[in-house]
Design a protein around this ligand. Structure first.
Ligand code: PMP
Length: 478
């Protein structure tokens, strides 16, 4: 351990680096923390201090830092092939990964017996849901989450143009959604903090009300709230379907928008509405994919398959940037023509399908396939829920919610009215600071303290993480 090295690194950093999602001025009072190494759920600073990574390093580090099977795969791949462009060339890792993604992707399923009631789903009349149209058979690689969203938006728009429906130029997104920071992805994002400044540069999507259960009417269940929101979406589609390419959603949990959670019946009904109005469905599982919500993909809980599935973050177990957009044969076929027809999707990123990243992804997927990760996650989720339960009685907590291994605590100024703390008070920042003092990385989203730990976390580590968070909450609201 070397405290002076840590101090020197922090000073050198602040002299040259402009950090993401940061008002750099904050670092006049907040420490910059140089990290020297990591293992499992733990990050270790150059000063020897350890931090439990309760947010999986922006939700990327799925299985834990430096998972031995991923590390071994990376070393092996480095000895063989570092990179080759994916246009005109291919390689085994990209092929094998695409085969595996197509194999495990959510499949269209018949709706559950009760979901056929009302707007909840099962009422689809469009022939497309009866065929294998929603089977995801094609993989387009990119290299980060936002670029995957760009690809999905462009593919959907371009599909409609290629099939002679060029009047379809708009997208529908949900209020409170987050899909990334590049201009297209930011366009379908509804988080004012990130969006408002750039609004004049953005596309003009239609925002449909989120089925967010926290915003449900008094006495309304999450399922009822979802049904009501589907009714509102139906009205929007009735007006706008003719000009709409796709609806994009974060299945089950709107993560960066404050870990807002909703009933899976919304997904079932959404799929049915997309079929009925002949609009694409883009599922952005960049944050929730790969077992985070209790099933391998969140879409499975609504028993649906989208027309486009965006994957990234946990895909490589948090080691390297990579993303993939899965789509149907029907979409692929709309682009397949003689070159002169001008139908090709001429989109690229230099590191598309990088072999080392693909090998990391293959190792991640083999762990998910061969080890009882999802079963263990279910046990951990029960433990986490029990540990968080007492917070429901906290005078400044309006909601404790959880979907699989994502849990969130909504801090409010007034519990009875749910009046939030003013954003300018930065209560979440106080929780963050307390977490760092005690050795837990908690990075609240405004007034929402959340947990999204690596899957290797132990029950004892969950206890520590939650204890520190509760201390931090008490300090922050005091
Ligand atoms: N979609 C979702 C749902 C996300 O949570 C994120 C990242 N937080 C993105 C897209 C963007 O991914 P990236 O940061 O890799 O561009």
């Amino acid at each position: 351990m070397d405290t002076s090295l840590a101090t020197r690194l922090a000073a050198r950093d602040l002299a040259v680096i402009w950090h993401p999602c940061t008002q750099m001025h904050d670092h006049e009072t907040l420490p910059m923390l140089p990290i020297a190494s990591a293992e499992g759920v733990w990050l270790t600073g150059h000063d020897g201090k350890r931090y439990l990574d309760a947010v999986s390093s922006w939700w990327t580090c799925l299985l834990g830092h430096r998972h031995p099977r991923i590390v071994a795969a990376l070393k092996d791949q480095l000895d063989k092939l570092d990179h080759v462009m994916l246009a005109g060339f291919t390689h085994e890792p990209a092929i094998e990964l695409a085969e595996e993604l197509v194999r495990i992707a959510p499949k269209p399923m018949s709706p559950p017996p009760l979901a056929g009631k009302g707007e909840g789903g099962g009422t689809a009349t469009n022939h497309r849901s009866q065929t294998d149209d929603h089977v995801l058979r094609r993989v387009f690689y990119a290299d980060n989450g936002s670029s995957a969203v760009e690809v999905a938006l462009k593919l959907s728009f371009h599909y409609w143009k290629n099939v002679g429906r060029a009047e379809r130029t708009r997208f529908i997104a949900l209020t409170g959604s987050y899909h990334g920071e590049t201009l297209g992805a930011l366009s379908v994002t509804d988080v004012a903090l990130y969006r408002n400044t750039y609004a004049p540069l953005l596309l003009d999507p239609i925002f449909a009300p989120s089925p967010d259960a926290y915003a449900s009417e008094p006495g309304e269940s999450a399922a009822d709230c979802a049904r009501r929101r589907l009714g509102e979406l139906r009205a929007i589609l009735a007006r706008h379907a003719h000009e709409t390419c796709a609806i994009i959603v974060e299945p089950l949990v709107q993560c960066a928008g404050g870990m807002r959670m909703y009933d899976a019946g919304y997904l079932t009904g959404l799929r049915a509405l997309c079929d009925e109005f002949d609009v694409h469905l883009i599922a952005d599982e960049i944050a929730v994919g790969f077992g985070r919500t209790g099933t391998l993909f969140a879409c499975e809980q609504g028993r649906i398959a989208p027309d486009f599935l965006c994957l990234s973050k946990g895909l490589t177990g948090g080691t390297l940037p990579l993303s993939a957009v899965l789509t149907t044969q029907e979409v692929y076929a709309a682009f397949y023509a003689e070159y002169a027809a001008g139908k090709a999707f001429l989109h690229s990123h230099s590191y598309t399908g990088n072999p080392i990243a693909c090998r990391a992804a293959l190792a991640t997927l083999s762990v998910l396939r061969e080890e009882p990760v999802l079963e263990r996650n279910r046990m951990l989720a029960v433990h986490l829920a029990a540990k968080l339960a007492p917070l429901a009685d906290h005078p400044h907590v309006a909601d404790v919610r959880q979907t699989g291994l994502i849990a969130a605590v909504e801090l409010v100024r007034d519990k009875a009215t749910r009046d939030p703390f003013p954003a300018a008070e930065r209560r979440g920042l106080r929780v963050y600071q307390h977490g760092l003092e005690r050795g837990v990385v908690l990075r609240p989203l405004g007034n929402v303290v959340y947990f999204m730990p690596p899957f290797c976390i132990t029950p004892d580590e969950i206890d520590f993480m939650v204890e520190v968070a509760i201390e931090g909450i008490d300090r922050a609201v005091g």
